[in-house]
Design a protein around this ligand. Structure first.
Ligand SMILES: C[S@@+](CC[C@H](N)C(=O)[O-])C[C@H]1O[C@@H](n2cnc3c(N)ncnc32)[C@H](O)[C@@H]1O
Length: 278
């Protein structure tokens, strides 16, 4: 049974987002900023020396196939805390589409989903994050340009970027015209030696949130609550969901620490968005 913890104005849920999202009311968030597990267990391999090549099978998970592929030596070799990140690809795609449909229902009519995922090469063919979109209106693709990558392979050039797909309600707008100047390629280095194995850098949700006047931001795959820390810093309300107990505790502590440090007022025009009384 999911459990909810309120920290100031913020709502942190410990549970599976498949159970928690249906419990959230329609139009109760005006931004979703999230990055799901990427199903990296289901990989073509070939990245690190000594790993198996060509063992990928779209319908079998990594553990069922007995291979760890190119992630065998990495921090996500066994997936996350209590989740192996190795679904049959059709199931994974259906799950991501369901999650995005739920997020869309929860979004206000001026809201947008910022969905971070990355292009991958599977069986020699590019799988783009567009595959996870259940026909929601795609407003824009922001490129997150990372500082280098690790997946060297003769199959394709080294991937050094990810996408942030913006799925937007027709009335979604940036804060103002000047916010558009953030551009559609965001150069943000990934953070090293993090406690969570796959966080995005704080600057990513910060840039998205501060460029809109959103009041409440949802992250159904909260992890260590990077989106939440950005919300606290910018005076927005946060709703997060995380299934792993360890990451959930990490997230609660991070929100508490961020609150202790105080709120930076977002550079929004007067009267649009006030910092929350926390
Ligand atoms: C890519 S990580 C997100 C990291 C986060 N953006 C951060 O900066 O820390 C994905 C997270 O989703 C969690 N997760 C996986 N399946 C989930 C589910 N069904 N419901 C909720 N959380 C889930 C994993 O435990 C992991 O922490």
């Amino acid at each position: 049974m999911p459990e909810k913890v309120n920290i100031g104005a913020h709502e942190l849920w410990h549970g599976d987002c498949r159970e928690v999202l249906p419990m959230l009311a329609d139009a109760s968030a005006d931004m979703v900023f999230t990055s799901p597990p990427y199903n990296l267990g289901n990989t073509t391999g070939g990245g690190f020396p000594g790993k198996k090549l060509g063992h990928y099978n779209q319908q079998a998970g990594m553990k069922a196939r007995g291979g760890l592929g190119k992630w065998g030596g990495g921090g996500l070799a066994d997936g996350y805390e209590d989740y192996d990140d190795a679904m049959p690809m059709d199931d994974y795609i259906a799950w991501q589409k369901d999650t995005l449909r739920q997020c869309w229902r929860i979004l206000t009519d001026k809201g947008a989903i910022y969905y971070n995922h990355k292009p991958r090469v599977l069986d020699g063919v590019a799988l783009l994050p567009l595959a996870y979109n259940p026909d929601l209106p795609l407003r824009q693709i922001v490129i997150w340009a990372r500082a280098g990558g690790v997946n060297f392979s003769p199959v394709a050039y080294l991937p050094t970027h990810e996408w942030v797909m913006i799925l937007a309600r027709p009335d979604f707008r940036l804060r103002d015209k000047s916010a558009s100047g953030a551009g559609d390629v965001w150069y943000v280095p990934q953070e090293a030696n993090t406690e969570h194995p796959a966080p995005f850098p704080l600057a990513l949700p910060m840039r998205a949130i501060e460029s809109t006047s959103c009041a409440t931001v949802l992250d159904p795959f909260m992890g260590s609550a990077t989106t939440g820390a950005a919300c606290v810093a910018l005076g927005r309300r946060f709703i997060g969901i995380e299934r792993s107990a360890r990451f959930f505790d990490m997230a609660c502590k991070r929100i508490e620490n961020a609150m202790a440090q105080g709120t930076l007022l977002a550079p929004t025009p007067a009267g649009e968005q006030q910092a929350l009384e926390l």
